[in-house]
Design a protein around this ligand. Structure first.
Ligand code: OAD
Length: 260
């Protein structure tokens, strides 16, 4: 039996929900070995300076440093596997009439666990594109050698126009992709359950979605092993790791075998 105690009310709300929004952050991939951003000691922004790696001006100043860093992160993800949290969300989508998965993550672990049509608010590591003509760049297939972080790698050139290829992620100071953001807002404004999993809720505008859910009278649930600045804003703040909590939630809601 799962060693996670969940409120019966969360289970009941999920079982009866027609429209569910799941918003995920880096914590959902932490159990796959993909580092988050702000966890003490292991978080990327604890070790690296975001201003030197995750802004348009950083890329223009030192494209090889930035491209090398994103290649290092892309390789980490290629070597990682989806964990029980990714799998539980994919199973949940099979049982809920309408589930919208919104992620701030740039990895593809939700897709590899079977989730379809998710909204990537912050772009994707696997989809670099030309900064001049925006043509997608086809990455070589296979898993190349993992570059050490700090390795400078010159970004490739666009086959169509010769422009410089950039990572397919949203950087600080850039707007979120319109289609994804509008779809995320629309789903949140009409959901009856909003599940926030593995995010510090510190980065806007994604963090604002939970306020929209509250205004829409949705039941709001946060899953996180650590306290966040917004614990008090959720109807339920479940303290635990995403893998164990989501696996327990899915198994208890639909009487499925516990698949952690
Ligand atoms: P953060 O690193 O800010 O937060 C990760 C959260 O996951 C923390 O609150 C952890 O406590 C929690 N966590 C850690 N392990 C967990 C586990 N096993 N299960 C559940 N939760 C766990 O990451 P995000 O909130 O995703 O943006 O960060 C938001 C954005 O800030 C990122 O998308 C990125 C970053 O700068 C861009 O790069 C544009």
């Amino acid at each position: 039996m799962p060693a996670v105690s969940l409120s019966d009310q969360i289970v009941r709300v999920l079982r009866e929900a027609q429209r569910v929004v799941v918003l995920t952050g880096a914590g959902v991939s932490a159990e796959s070995g993909v580092p988050s951003f702000r966890d003490k000691q292991t978080g990327l922004w604890e070790k690296f300076d975001a201003a030197e790696l995750a802004t348009p001006s950083a890329f223009h100043r030192d494209p090889a440093l930035v491209w090398g860093w994103y290649e290092w992160r892309r390789m980490l993800v290629l070597r990682a596997e989806p964990n029980p949290a990714h799998r539980a969300i994919a199973v949940m989508a099979e049982h809920v009439p309408r589930l919208t998965l919104i992620t701030q993550n740039v990895d593809d672990l939700h897709e590899r666990a079977g989730s379809r049509q998710l909204l990537h608010l912050h772009g994707e590591l696997a989809r670099p594109y030309c900064e001049s003509c925006r043509q997608p760049y086809g990455l070589p297939v296979g898993i190349p050698q993992l570059p050490a972080h700090g390795t400078r790698i010159q970004p490739p050139r666009c086959a169509a126009c010769g422009g410089r290829v950039r990572p397919g992620v949203v950087w600080f100071g850039e707007s979120l992709p319109d289609r994804e953001w509008l779809a995320a807002v629309e789903a949140t404004q009409h959901c009856d359950l909003f599940l926030s999993v593995g995010t510090s809720s510190l980065v806007q505008p994604a963090a604002g979605l939970m306020h929209m859910a509250t205004r829409a009278a949705a039941v709001t649930v946060q899953i996180n092993p650590n306290p966040t600045d917004v614990d008090h804003l959720f109807a339920y703040a479940v303290r635990g790791r995403a893998g164990a909590v989501l696996a327990a939630l899915v198994s208890q809601t639909w009487n499925l075998p516990y698949a952690n």
